[in-house]
Design a protein around this ligand. Sequence first.
Ligand code: SF4
Ligand code: SF4
Length: 316
Amino acid sequence: MTAATNPSLEDLLRGCLPGMPPVVLYNPVFAFETGEDFMQAWFKAAAGRLDPFVLVLEGSVPNEEINGDGHWAGLGVDAATGQPILTNTWIDRLAPRAAAVLAMGTCAAYGGIPAMRNNPTGAMGLRDYLGWKWVSRLGVPIISVPGCPAQPDNITETLLRLVLHLTGMGPALDLDEQGRPEWIFGRTVHESCDRAGLAEHGQFSTSHGDGRCLVKLGCKGPVAKCNVPVRGWVNGIGGCPNVGGICMACTMPGFPDKYMPFVEPDTAARVYATTARLAHGPLLKYLRDRRIRRNFDREPGWRSRGAELTSGYRAR
Ligand code: SF4
Ligand code: SF4
């Protein structure tokens, strides 16, 4: 969030945006308070004395029914027992009182890396924990902003639009079937990648550092829904395949298991690359290059010197 620029975290917290209500952010990383002082907002919210609030979960939800003699994840200490308060307990206490609930990042959205096959914690996403049909007391479904990590502006923009909606200043968020904002996750990485034109022409990298399409090096862009190539990472800069890193599909529900080994192209990618390279790709490139040479990469007749010159500078 500290890397967000549009809107920036500072803009959100200083109320710089028209119509935006005052916002207070309680986050263990940003907080000035520590220990019991920091936990006061959580206790107030659970007691109904902090209203309205939006609950944002980062990280997956462990299955505490299989925690053995200990616990998997907690925040704060129960004064009566001296025991940690489980993350799951906080979700149980706060979700029913929240105006809306957000799952931020791939772990919170789907379980992510902690939920890999054979993991011992039984980790899951927030929708798996609360239920896919769960809605807040104001009727807002769980909103998921996946990404490993989530793109900074995707976080602040979603929060801004959500807050404007909750205060009656904006429409409800358009979500897809996975609960992701449709305007952010509505297209694939491939559809907005800087290298998509090279892929269309059948030009594929065979080693790292080569500036062509990365599908043969394992890029999962054709099947991953994410706006990072078009939005960049920080202030428009970067964007995984744009800058030479394969897309690992980190925003997708099956990440990471389904896309491993990351550096291997799957069968569909091989077929796609071979077809583009052997069939339409070179032909398209040849025809386009020829057309550019003949029709577009030259001055039109009325601008050249000589008998045809009808406008512009005329040499005496
Ligand atoms: Fe598509 Fe990846 Fe190639 Fe970009 S680098 S065009 S996302 S396959
Ligand atoms: Fe993740 Fe791919 Fe998007 Fe990069 S481009 S953030 S690897 S889904």
